[in-house]
Design a protein around this ligand. Structure first.
Ligand SMILES: *[C@@H]1O[C@H](CO)[C@@H](O)[C@H](O)[C@H]1NC(C)=O
Ligand SMILES: *[C@@H]1O[C@H](CO)[C@@H](O)[C@H](O)[C@H]1NC(C)=O
Ligand SMILES: *[C@@H]1O[C@H](CO)[C@@H](O)[C@H](O)[C@H]1NC(C)=O
Length: 363
């Protein structure tokens, strides 16, 4: 397995040479984010939940070394994408976004949230996908007020990039917790994936009706290989039953992308293959262990507050038992934006998605 270390080092070396925050106008005028803790940048901070990351050592490598609510040591995928798109700032969370910022985008993502309303409920409050879309309605009204009318706000939204990364909690904090949630007693993995994708599909149609025309959907990573799963199953090999369930979700999501592109020819949807991108995880490697010491009580698997994290944060892939380190987020975002392998994105990576000129109102 030593060749895998070499692979990871090589990738890290290449990505560190990329420039951040470029000057000039961003490549898209606006960028909206829906999802869970992999994308959340502070929406849970004032919610009554244990699923929040607004305490040290989260944020130790972020600006000023301060926690913000991001579930990692530094930047997350939403942040890296903002840099690659040429924004001179990160997209603010819905919880605190100001009118003056709203035209450039909003981040609705919420830790422990899922496609299903009840996923993650044992941890406390969360903004599940349906509610994130309700919050987007609020944003649209605010935009319409700013630009004058709904014709102009729709025209604006048509030009924006939308990313959605959700579904992990429908497994980690639902289907894989049979003692708390009934779903695994009610559905086979195939039936569950179908039910999730049906619900997801409804939400994406709403997003389209609300003006989204360029949409990237992040599939699920290899959840069977994350530290929490390895620990739960007391193993050093990826949990195949979990990965098989995840793959069913992903393959249905990829098919959904085809359906949406067929049904809505004036829009472009694309699928980001986080499953294959996360195959750099080697469960035998020491660098697959969490970088911080993790809690054994609620919120189980998150960093112990106030403790010093590992020193080699540029090499560890996971910060706590669930969430990637900044470097892992950077590697994944690079491949989502500029596919390294043809299998990384279907039918196109984000850099190509934002160049498609399918916008009816484009001037
Ligand atoms: C927060 O949630 C817990 C558990 O659900 C509940 O017992 C508590 O009353 C809630 N606190 C507030 C301030 O709503
Ligand atoms: C989920 O919550 C929404 C409110 O945001 C509600 O309208 C819907 O009926 C709920 N769905 C289920 C299955 O409970
Ligand atoms: C909406 O606002 C735009 C820009 O201010 C204006 O050109 C257009 O006529 C307005 N449309 C309606 C239906 O009011």
């Amino acid at each position: 397995m030593s060749c895998n270390y070499g692979k990871i080092f090589a990738i890290i070396f290449v990505v560190l040479n990329l420039k951040t925050f470029v000057e000039g106008a961003p490549k898209v005028p606006c960028y909206f984010i829906f999802g869970d803790s992999l994308l959340d940048n502070g929406n849970n901070n004032d919610l009554n939940t244990t699923a929040k990351a607004n305490y040290p050592p989260y944020g130790v490598d972020f600006k000023d070394g301060r926690p913000t609510g991001r579930f990692t040591n530094g930047r997350n995928t939403a942040d890296f994408l903002a840099e690659y798109l040429g924004f001179d700032h990160y997209i603010p969370p819905f919880a605190s976004v100001k009118d003056s910022e709203i035209l450039e985008g909003v981040n609705y993502a919420s830790g422990s949230a899922g496609i299903r309303n009840d996923s993650g409920s044992h941890l406390g409050d969360r903004i599940f996908l349906g509610r994130q879309l309700e919050n987007h309605q609020t944003t649209i009204s605010r935009i319409a007020n700013l630009v004058g009318n709904t014709t102009s706000s729709t025209k604006h939204l048509n030009k924006c990039l939308f990313i959605v990364g959700i579904g992990s909690n429908d497994y980690i904090n639902n289907y894989l917790m049979p003692e708390i949630y009934p779903s695994s007693h009610l559905y086979t993995p195939t039936q569950y994936a179908t039910a999730l994708i049906d619900q997801y599909s409804q939400h994406l149609r709403t997003l389209y009706e609300d003006g989204a025309r360029k949409v990237a959907l992040f599939g699920l990573g290899q959840i069977g290989c994350i530290p929490a799963e390895l620990q739960k199953h007391d193993t050093r090999t990826c949990v195949s039953s979990t990965n098989n369930a995840i793959q069913q979700f992903n393959s249905k999501l990829k098919s959904l992308v085809d359906d949406l592109n067929t049904n809505f020819p004036d829009a472009k949807f694309t699928y980001i293959n986080m499953y294959s991108i996360s195959s750099i995880i080697d469960p035998l490697s020491v660098f697959t262990r969490p970088c911080c010491n993790v809690l054994e009580t609620m919120p189980e698997g998150q960093c112990v507050p106030g403790e010093t994290p590992c020193f080699l944060r540029g090499i560890y892939l996971f910060y706590d038992n669930f969430h990637p380190t900044e470097i892992a987020n950077r590697i994944a975002t690079n491949r989502a934006y500029n596919a390294l392998l043809p299998s990384d994105a279907y039918p196109m990576d984000i850099h190509h998605l934002i160049r498609t000129n399918n916008v009816v109102y484009d001037e």
